[in-house]
Design a protein around this ligand. Sequence first.
Ligand SMILES: [Fe+2]
Ligand SMILES: [Fe+2]
Length: 725
Amino acid sequence: MEKARLGEVPVVDLKCATCDLASEVGQALKRFGFFYVSNHGIPQELLSSQLEQNRRLFDLPDQVKRSMAFNVTLDIGYTGGTGTSQALDPNAGIQAADTKEGFMLTNNAFMGAAALDPTNPRKFLPRHPHLDPKDPLAGATLHWPPGLPGYERVIRSYFASAYELNYRLNDLLFSSLGMDANERNRLGSAPFCVLKQLRYGPGRDALANGSSIGAGAHADWGSLTLLLTDDTPGLQVEMAGEWLPVPPRRGMFIVNAGDQIEALTNGHYRSAKHRVITTSPHPRYSTAFFTYFNYKEPLTPLHEHVNPQKPLRRAPMDTMAWFQYKLRQSVGENVSRPLSTTTTTSSSEPAANATCSFAPLREALVIRALGGGVEGGAEGGVLLGVEALGIDLLSVSDDVIDELIAAMHADGKGLLVVRNQTLSPEGYERALFRLGRAAGGFGTPLLYDRWPGQSPRLRCCPHVSLLGNYRARVDDELGTGAVVGDRIGEYKPAREELREWHTDGSFLARPKIGVALYAPSAVPVATCAPCAKPSAWWRKLLRWPCRPTCRHAPASALPPEGGHTAFASGILGYERLDAAEREQLESLSAVHSWCDFMHFLEARDPGREKVSADDCAKKPDVTWPLVRTHPVTNRRSLYLNPKNGLRIVHSSDGEPASAEMSASLVLNLTKRLLELGTYHHTWRPGDLVLMDNRVLIHAATPFDADKYERLIYRAEFPGEPVYFF
Ligand SMILES: [Fe+2]
Ligand SMILES: [Fe+2]
């Protein structure tokens, strides 16, 4: 009956050569949130052995099981019986805990590790350096039950197989959503996984305990769950207020989407509620393999799934914060729901020349407030950022890196300046990976995607581009392929005018959330050395990649006057509006156009490489609200771009405002915002500047390019759509 009315959870056959597997996965997750996987390549013997280990484990005496006490931080150990109890239905309360027993193992070795391997960022879905795909449990802190010979070998083998299968299924999931390689890489690499062995007591035991619920109604918390179950039925999925059985199918996995996938798709794919009802006279054994997207990456919904008809369902989440919240709640801890990755305060009190309220974590670290109109101080009373002194970004601890990022976000500032760094281009990349992966950071730096007129690539460093008018002093300087006298950076002569102010890449479907700049403390004067030992036969045979070594000399390329980068705060701009203005602006959007931007640059610099109509067609216009909400701090800010966002439309129907009104509105708002105060960063060799592109607008100031040279390294972090919620 249910089958006819509610349908039947479909099977995705991974060996089907004529099937569109990605589309099948997408359809199943949209309708059911569940699907079966057949022909997945994991041998039946291993599946049977895994379930046999479940039986052996839970047959151990209570006292042995309790000796492997549950650890809530690492999500490992035993729950159930007289040990820690778990209730998956938060409404049921812990006193109505699930009747199941559970035993967890996680690949926690890499929790707290810094980053992906920056030397190999091109590889699709790279494995985390701390994760061995043949044994993803290597190095993890775990309990191994005593007196069960063969148990560990089977579990490790099963974990590795499920871990590999999750990569394959993620690939189908990402394809079904049309995600690009950067996004796949960002979310799919280094999955956090929880292997949970389960035993549901026979139905009569459950009833004797006052409940027939083996596992209360809940949605899973992560990305995909791969469930292996014995032949005893019990699983049900909620469909339109009714419960549809999902019976066991021999040799297949039952796969379902968790909260992360629902968040990624803004509800397009279901994180369906499900439960386990135990009515059989026999116990039911299963092994759930819960997976999570890369827990260091912020999880923001895909642009295609957020629009006025389908507004954002919930603020973007931090994977680890959400996981810890749900886990602690399930074992009865009194925890509050995480709203953001960063602690914010409501205070917007100006702090003239104040030292930041963050206590230094090390003697040498000093964090100072930046703001106002004077470099290095906050005299204007406007807090826009923080400045860190006395640390080396490559050797400082992860805690200090976290503290820097928290200080940058606090009070909605958005700017971090770290002084006195000595970084090669490779070191700059490593520093960015550390900053990006910190709690509340901007994520994994993006591979440089060159457009016409931009700088050549650096062979050594695929995340780095170059800004400025610096000309090569030796051939192939920095591995750019340039010859002596070539300009190796992208140079956009700045002007002292309102339209110089902008936010980077607002014309993209996912404008980058963060941008990093670095003024090298040493300018390279020697070419990159050729590949080491290029003649070795095995290097040739394997087409070993050429990795030149770049050398540097103590010189800098910064003009002694001008060439600053100035910043102003969109948050302050919004907060100083009156109620009527806020209401009006919250109903308007601006069209941001890459093509307009390119033509703007070409008009300023006739020597610049021209974009073609084809180039323009590849980057269609986008429309963003004039007021946006910061997904980490929840603060609202003006989102303005006088360089390429002068066309205003009404958000409700897309009706354009008059050209005259449009331009004057954007330019006037920008002017008012600047009058509230700006911070002018005067570059010194060794400065690394990290900006939150969602809340700041910035502008370069002119310098005498005939007399002086300027060279800045640049890099971007992943983008996200512009939300107003
Ligand atoms: Fe579940
Ligand atoms: Fe910029």
